[in-house]
Design a protein. Structure first.
Length: 346
């Protein structure tokens, strides 16, 4: 297996929690360089990795084949553009970019350079998302008429000193919304129209911290919701079809495992406690079935498996840049809808 030398553009939470652990254990990658402008935190964990002091150094390093752009949202476009211009394959942390125009420019450049460009939509490999995909593919609910997806947290006081709260980026819709929208279009495709309700509920908040996005499909609705003001959690999923329903609480355990410095491998990785298994109430072969069903194990490693296959073996990307661009298109439409009180045709 010919290894791909990878460079990380940053080593904050995204780099240290969501990227470096997977790249370090993957047999197809060599975690070669990490940008840290003034610290050497990565060296203590990955002593063989070179520490660089600027993104320009990383982009100019001829040994690096793949760059992960995992810096603050407003820098995604410029850094991904620079990396592609330098002839690198690029993975961009979500959100992809801040506008459809930026997305289209990067896609055009990647095509011109014949380089892989993808966005880190790791939650496609959440265990509960994999379970829902399996239920939908098997048709266990019949024809789906309503899909509800909630991703809520309780952060009633804005965090000071973080770029995510300073009002220079668009807020929760670009953050958690990128996950929910990507998942919905991967299940159901692009909706006919959408409407959005976005607001700032927290005292002193500089970003929108609440949204509901309604995606309208023929004879089906997908309702996506996120909030920083929910102490008692809503169900993660509520799905209704003409045969049955699926309701599930809880969130995938991988993020918590990663934050506890667990190595992302082994038979217990990504397994969810049975208390959070979802309830499936439907009809199968003429018999009513109402039981909790085991959540499939989550595996963020599958994302990088696919990136390796795309670069080395020419296999199709699972998370395509066009899908990522459609996410941004829907986010932009949601903002317009919320501002105007209108339904936006897609």
């Amino acid at each position: 297996m010919e290894k791909i030398k990878v460079g990380l553009a940053a080593f904050g939470m995204s780099g240290s929690v969501f990227h470096a652990p997977f790249l370090n254990i993957h047999p197809g990658f060599e975690l070669s360089a990490i940008v840290e402008r003034s610290r050497d935190d990565a060296k203590a964990i990955y002593p063989e990795v070179r520490i660089l002091r600027s993104f320009d150094e990383l982009a100019e390093d001829e040994s690096i084949e793949l760059i992960v752009v995992n810096t603050p949202d407003p820098t995604h476009f410029s850094m991904a553009h620079k990396a592609l211009k330098a002839g690198k394959h690029v993975v961009v942390e979500k959100p992809f970019v801040l506008s459809v125009g930026q997305a289209e420019e990067l896609i055009s450049l990647a095509n011109h350079k014949e380089k892989i460009l993808s966005v880190y939509q790791n939650r496609r490999w959440d265990g509960d998302s994999l379970t829902v995909r399996n239920i939908l593919q098997q048709g266990l609910l019949g024809r789906v008429v309503e899909f509800q997806s909630n991703f809520c947290r309780f952060r009633p006081v804005p965090v000071e000193g973080t770029w995510k709260e300073d009002g220079k980026v668009t807020g929760l819709t670009y953050n958690l919304g990128s996950h929910l929208i990507y998942e919905a279009i991967s299940f159901f495709g692009i909706p006919d129209s959408i409407s959005g309700d976005l607001d700032t509920f927290r005292d002193g908040g500089n970003i929108e911290d609440y949204f509901v996005i309604r995606m309208n499909y023929p004879r089906m609705r997908a309702v996506l919701r996120a909030s920083y003001m929910e102490r008692e959690p809503s169900p993660r999923y509520v799905i209704h079809g003409d045969k049955g329903s699926f309701v599930k609480y809880g969130t995938d355990p991988q993020e918590a495992q990663l934050k506890m410095k667990q190595i992302p491998q082994g038979i217990d990785w990504g397994k969810e406690d049975s208390q959070f298994w979802g309830l499936l109430h439907t009809e199968i072969d003429g018999k009513v079935f109402r039981e909790k069903i085991q959540t499939l194990p989550g595996s963020y490693q599958n994302y990088y498996d696919n990136i390796y296959e795309a670069i080395r073996e020419g296999k199709p990307l699972i998370v395509t840049p066009s899908d990522a661009a459609n996410v941004i298109k829907i986010i932009e439409a949601a903002h317009k809808s919320s501002q105007n009180g209108s339904v936006i045709e897609m």
